[in-house]
Design a protein around this ligand. Structure first.
Ligand SMILES: Cc1cc2nc3c(=O)[nH]c(=O)nc-3n(C[C@H](O)[C@H](O)[C@H](O)COP(=O)(O)OP(=O)(O)OC[C@H]3O[C@@H](n4cnc5c(N)ncnc54)[C@H](O)[C@@H]3O)c2cc1C
Length: 416
């Protein structure tokens, strides 16, 4: 493994650190106190665009073929032209994710860009679909967002249980259903919506559509209440007889052919979701490490200021926490590095996602316990980190679900 960071990436990380200290952390605290997401018109987002952030990873045009070839070999995100001594795009993403989340994970998720909607468009979309949905994120004229909506009120971990239906009607599909907890959905240009053509087929019936913001029948956006991560919106919405052009079915009709429930059915929609998770789980793990590191810094600073370091029990807990976070970070790096090397990373992605949020939760718990009543007052960063961190275990498949994925691989069972 090679985790070498070149000067350019080092500079980017230093830039994030400065932005984090001066803008991201204060904005996150402000949103937390106000109890509402950062406004989409906030000048911070325009600043991010000026800094070259809020863009797609899609290279576009002729480079698209190279991205496609890479993905089809490994089912992982594209590696673009960044190989050899440079950190690849997945490792770069993991490093930047950790640093951003160190300052504020909620603000980091609120960043403009195609977000969680990007991996399925990249892994399943036709060249025309990538052009149509991602090109606008290459040099965005204003902050723009994409979104990803799998979860429903009755379907979280068990994605086979989704009930949002899709029915073909001429050159359109009609979508009907309810979605919940989709990040940035109400401000998004488009949302990748997962629906089922036939509930009796389970995951084989899944299809993914890109639903544009102004599509009639898409509406009832409501921002969910959350215990933490308040700087970005998690949104519920409905699809009521929502007519989506057939050309918005990711990958096109042929991708989903042979879906009769028989052996050998392609299950392209579900596979697309899994590929997205292999790309994003190491990043979620890295974000958890970032939150955990912030909590450890608060705990260690408090221990120094209050002369708690002379107590071996305190030193022991600080040391354990640091060790667990370092292990978590290495798991995330390895999962990302494998993706960049075009090697399967299912188990490593799940290990990173299972371990890192648990280690980060321990770090925030240590902070709460060391700070005692200072932490419990409710106006200290440590208390916010304690509320923010739990979601890291939940999103993109809970810890328990990752254990199932790892165990099934271990005994040679297919993933679901
Ligand atoms: C802050 C936040 C942001 C989110 N963002 C998005 C988003 O952008 N897009 C999106 O589509 N969704 C999003 N989600 C939804 C998220 O993916 C789901 O919450 C998650 O999949 C868990 O589903 P659930 O909450 O329905 O819990 P459930 O699936 O009901 O699980 C409840 C508990 O049971 C456990 N459990 C379930 N099945 C098993 C099993 N077979 N074995 C052992 N234990 C099991 C789970 O681990 C969990 O502890 C978000 C959620 C949160 C909290």
């Amino acid at each position: 493994m090679n985790f070498k960071i070149d000067d350019e990436l080092r500079k980017r990380l230093a830039g994030i650190r400065e932005l984090g200290r001066t803008q991201i952390r204060p904005l996150g605290l402000e949103a937390d106190r106000a109890g509402k997401p950062v406004d989409p018109d906030h000048p911070f987002y325009a600043l991010l665009l000026k800094l070259g952030l809020g863009r797609t990873r899609w290279l576009g045009g002729e480079l698209d073929a190279e991205q496609d070839a890479t993905r089809s070999r490994v089912g992982s995100p594209p590696s673009g032209g960044e190989r050899g001594h440079k950190a690849g795009p997945s490792l770069t993403g993991v490093l930047l994710s950790e640093e951003l989340a160190y300052w504020d994970r909620g603000v980091a998720v609120s960043f403009p860009g195609p977000g969680l909607g990007e991996p399925p468009v990249l892994s399943m979309g036709t060249p025309e679909q990538k052009e149509r949905f991602l090109a606008r994120f290459r040099e965005p004229d204003r902050p723009r967002w994409g979104s990803f909506a799998m979860t429903e009120p009755g379907a979280g971990s068990d994605v086979a249980a989704i009930r949002t239906s899709c029915k073909r009607d001429g050159d359109h599909w009609i979508l009907d259903g309810d979605k919940s907890f989709a990040a940035n959905a109400s401000r998004a240009d488009w949302i990748v919506v997962w629906a089922t053509a036939d509930t009796s087929l389970g995951r084989a019936g899944h299809r993914a559509f890109v639903v544009e913001r102004d599509t009639p029948g898409l509406g009832d956006f409501k921002i969910e209440k959350k215990m933490g991560l308040k700087a970005y919106e998690s949104t519920s919405f409905t699809l009521r007889h929502c007519r989506v052009p057939a050309s918005h079915l990711l990958g096109g009709e042929a991708t989903y052919s042979n879906q009769d429930g028989s052996r050998g059915a392609k299950r392209a929609g579900f596979k697309g979701a899994l590929q997205s998770f292999n790309a994003t789980r190491p990043m979620i793990g890295a974000m958890a490490v970032g939150i955990g590191r912030a909590a450890l810094d608060e705990a260690a600073a408090f221990a120094r200021e209050h002369d708690l370091g002379s107590d071996p029990r305190v030193r022991d807990r600080l040391e354990r926490t640091r060790r667990k976070l370092r292990v978590a970070r290495l798991l995330c790096w390895r999962a990302a590095w494998l993706a960049d090397q075009q090697q399967p990373n299912i188990v490593e992605a799940s290990m990173a996602k299972a371990h890192a949020p648990a280690a980060a939760l321990d770090a925030t718990l240590l902070g709460m316990e060391l700070l005692g009543e200072v932490g419990a007052r409710g106006d200290h960063l440590i208390e916010k980190l304690f509320r923010d961190v739990k979601a890291m275990d939940i999103v993109e498949g809970t810890g328990q679900i990752q254990h199932i994925v790892i165990a099934r691989q271990l005994v040679g069972l297919p993933r679901e």
